[in-house]
Design a protein. Structure first.
Length: 217
């Protein structure tokens, strides 16, 4: 049995057109909503990434500052260590007070010193240094602070200059210095007669070394 449709065709056409527009509108709205939600989510992710990037940049800058400070501290430490080593090298193994006291006991009443020089000197000035290595002579420290086998690059040289009543007094001073346990390599540099205050005296200069080490051949 055939159904008869009394509704005009234009009505059906308009209905199909409305349904088509409605579906398109809904698709556009859904797409727009999805696009907005995606933008919000991506915006949050980007903002979070920028925040993490700023945090990483701040941490990196702080780390670079700490590295720079560490490098400066290392350079300062190296400089202080170099200065400390230099001070230790310049510091004599034996104090000057006992050396001067021993000199006072060796000087006789008829001898007047005009110059006392105690300086650091190279071990190569010793006679035995000719048989040692160019870097220095190996010595044994013999002080109250320590006794150890070391490479010494300095020794204490003593230079005495003065006036004696005569040549015998100058020779006696050399003998007393040579017999003292404080000094070694006692050598007269010169000895000559001089006229002072209408009297003949002996002007002299003596070189020796402080015996605070032992040469190890």
């Amino acid at each position: 049995m055939k159904e008869i449709d009394f509704i005009p065709s234009w009505y059906h056409e308009n209905r199909r057109r409305r349904n088509w527009y409605f579906r398109r509108y809904m698709a556009v709205m859904l797409f727009s909503a999805a696009w907005m939600i995606g933008n919000l989510i991506s915006g949050g992710i980007i903002s979070s990434a920028y925040g993490e990037l700023d945090s990483l940049r701040s941490s990196f800058e702080n780390g670079m500052q700490k590295i720079d400070q560490a490098r400066k501290l290392e350079a300062r430490l190296a400089e202080l260590s170099r200065k400390q080593k230099l001070l230790l090298d310049l510091q004599p193994r034996t104090q000057l007070s006992p050396i001067l006291a021993e000199l006072s006991s060796c000087i006789g009443p008829r001898v007047v010193l005009t110059k006392v020089s105690v300086t650091q000197s190279s071990p190569e000035t010793l006679e035995t240094s000719r048989q040692s290595s160019p870097a220095g002579i190996q010595v044994r420290r013999n002080t109250a602070r320590q006794e150890s086998l070391v490479f010494s690059d300095s020794i204490l040289k003593v230079v005495l200059a003065g006036i004696a009543a005569d040549g015998a007094e100058a020779a006696a001073l050399i003998s007393r210095l040579d017999e003292s346990e404080y000094f070694i390599r006692v050598v007269p540099v010169f000895s000559r007669n001089q006229s002072r205050f209408e009297k003949t005296v002996t002007e002299f200069e003596i070189l020796c070394y402080v015996a605070d080490f032992e040469i190890l051949n």
